[in-house]
Write a protein that binds this ligand. Structure first.
Ligand code: ZN
Length: 300
C-alpha cells in the first residue's frame, strides 16, 4: 500500500471498509479527494485540517478506473487568465483528456485579461506531453453588462481600493456583477452539451474571495441540479470547483505543483499590467505570495 502522508492521515481519521464510490467492501484501500486532486504535494501536511473533510476511502482499482474514465472525456472551463482559473486549467489538464476553455468578454475594465488568457493558452498548446487536448473560444457576454451595473464594467463606478482583507467578505462590493456566474455556468453547460460532454469547471472559491454570493456551494449545487434537469434532460452533470475550499496561499501552492506560470497570469480588477496593488484582487493575491515567502512573479 502506498504509505503517503495523505493516506496515513486519512486512514487514521476516516476508517471505513466500504468504498465511497462503489458501495462495496474494500479489499485494497486507497484515498481520493472529493475534488479529485489526490496528487497533492507532500507539503500539504500543514493544510490537512482543511483537506481532511474532502477525503474519501475507496477501493484502489475503482479509483484508478474512475480517473481513467475522466481521462477519456472532456471538460469545459471558464478561463479568465487569472490566478484562480489558471490553476484550475492545469488541474483540468491533469484530470481530463480534453479541455475546452470559454473566455468571457462581458465589458470588463480589465479586458486585458482576455488577451493574456489567449496568450497563455497559445503558449501551453505548444508544449509537448500535456496528455490533454486544449481548445478555446471567446464568448461575447455583453448582455451581462447591459443588464447589471458593476464597478468591474462601468466607468462611472470606481473599483474600491485599499480595503482591509477582513472587511472584504463582510459585504458585497461594487465589483460584484450580479448574475455573472449564472450566465457563465449556463454557457459552460451549453458548450459541454454541444460536445456530448458532461463536465464543467470553474475557479470559484469561498475563502479569500471578494464576498461574491455566486462563488459559494449554495449557489453552484442548485445550478448544477437545474442544468442537469433542464439542459441534460436528467443526466448527471459534473461541476468541478477544485479551489472551493482552498485559500489563496493553498491555491498558489497547488498551482506551483501543477506547473502554473503565475508570471503570465493577470488578476487586477483595474486591468493594470502587473497589478494596481490596491484593488481587492491585487491585495489578496499579493498577500498570498507574501505568506509563501515568494515575490508575485507577475509584478513588473
Ligand atoms: Zn488591482
Amino acid at each position: 500500500m502506498n504509505d503517503s502522508i495523505v493516506e496515513r492521515i486519512a486512514f487514521a481519521n476516516l476508517p471505513s471498509n466500504i468504498c465511497a464510490l462503489s458501495g462495496q467492501p474494500i479489499r485494497d484501500a486507497a484515498v481520493m479527494h472529493r475534488d479529485l486532486s489526490d496528487w497533492w504535494p507532500s507539503a500539504l501536511l500543514d493544510m490537512r485540517d482543511e483537506r481532511i473533510c474532502n477525503l474519501l476511502i475507496v477501493e484502489r482499482q475503482v479509483r484508478d478506473d474512475y480517473y481513467a474514465k475522466l481521462k477519456r472525456v472532456g471538460v469545459v472551463l471558464a478561463f479568465s487568465g487569472g490566478l484562480d482559473s489558471t490553476t484550475v486549467l492545469h488541474w483540468c489538464i491533469k484530470v481530463f483528456g480534453e479541455v475546452h476553455c470559454l473566455l468571457f468578454d462581458y465589458g470588463q475594465k480589465h479586458a486585458i485579461e482576455i488577451d493574456l488568457a489567449e496568450k497563455y493558452l497559445h503558449n501551453l498548446m505548444q508544449e509537448d506531453g500535456l496528455g490533454c487536448a486544449i481548445s478555446f473560444q471567446r464568448v461575447d457576454m455583453s448582455p451581462i453588462n447591459a443588464m447589471a451595473a458593476s464597478a468591474l464594467t462601468r466607468d462611472d463606478i470606481e473599483v474600491a481600493s485599499c480595503r482591509d482583507v477582513d472587511d472584504m467578505a463582510k459585504d458585497i462590493p461594487d465589483t460584484f456583477v450580479p448574475g455573472r456566474n449564472v450566465y457563465f455556468i449556463t454557457a459552460l453547460a451549453q458548450a459541454a452539451y454541444t460536445r456530448g460532454w458532461r463536465h464543467v469547471s470553474m475557479g470559484v472559491n469561498v475563502l479569500d474571495y471578494s464576498g461574491y454570493p455566486d462563488c459559494r456551494p449554495e449557489f453552484l449545487e442548485p445550478m448544477r441540479q437545474a442544468l442537469a434537469v433542464g439542459v441534460f434532460n436528467g443526466q448527471d452533470l459534473g461541476v468541478h470547483a477544485p479551489l472551493m475550499f482552498l485559500n489563496k496561499t493553498q491555491i498558489i501552492r497547488l498551482g506551483l505543483h501543477l506547473g502554473v506560470q503565475y508570471e503570465a497570469t493577470h488578476s487586477c480588477y483595474n486591468g493594470v499590467t502587473g497589478g494596481c496593488g490596491t484593488c481587492d484582487s491585487c491585495i489578496l493575491r499579493r498577500r498570498a505570495f507574501r505568506e509563501l515567502g515568494i515575490d508575485d512573479p507577475s509584478i513588473v
